[in-house]
Design a protein around this ligand. Structure first.
Ligand code: ZN
Length: 162
């Protein structure tokens, strides 16, 4: 059953367009060809969370998804390989302004600096209303071990009898 909450509009207010934040491409690890996705980051990540990119049309090699982040990450801006992308099994929807349905897409994306390096978790999120996906203003970026530590604590707490 769909949840109907009224606090939706707040969340929608803290948004900005995704276009200025990232560009994405598929990169062939065999022939090193780069293919811009020509798609929105939201759609690209969504698809990637469901299935691996198709092989390189030129050489049949494996292609990886890369994103160029142009906002300050702390680890420095640049190009990152998307190792994996996850969405919760169940997404939450509610009725927002003008009774429009809003769906919240909180991603956990594991990134690695192109050319190898430490992995970390990037947590961008979108609010999708109708056909429009709005990027959240803030995306959390955590070291893999910090992220593990947090999730571990959540699990420990949840497993404890109340
Ligand atoms: Zn190729």
């Amino acid at each position: 059953m769909r949840r109907r909450l009224s606090l939706s509009s707040d969340a929608a207010r803290f948004c900005r367009k995704e276009a200025s934040l990232a560009t994405q491409s598929y990169y062939c690890i065999q022939c090193h060809k780069k293919y811009p996705t020509h798609r929105k980051l939201f759609k690209t990540l969504y698809d990637f969370s469901k299935m691996a990119p198709q092989d390189c049309p030129a050489c049949g090699g494996t292609r990886e998804l890369r994103v160029t982040l142009d906002f300050q990450l702390g680890t420095g801006d640049g190009e990152f390989k998307v190792v994996s992308a996850f969405l919760p099994d169940k997404l939450e929807s509610w009725l927002g302004e003008e009774e429009e349905e809003v769906t919240f897409y909180p991603f956990v994306v594991v990134l690695e600096r192109a050319g190898g390096g430490k992995q970390f978790c990037w947590m961008p999120y979108w609010h999708v209303t109708g056909k429009e996906a709005r990027y959240g203003q803030h995306a959390v970026c955590l070291d893999q071990s910090q992220f593990d530590s947090l999730i571990e604590q959540v699990h420990e707490k949840l497993l404890q009898p109340v």
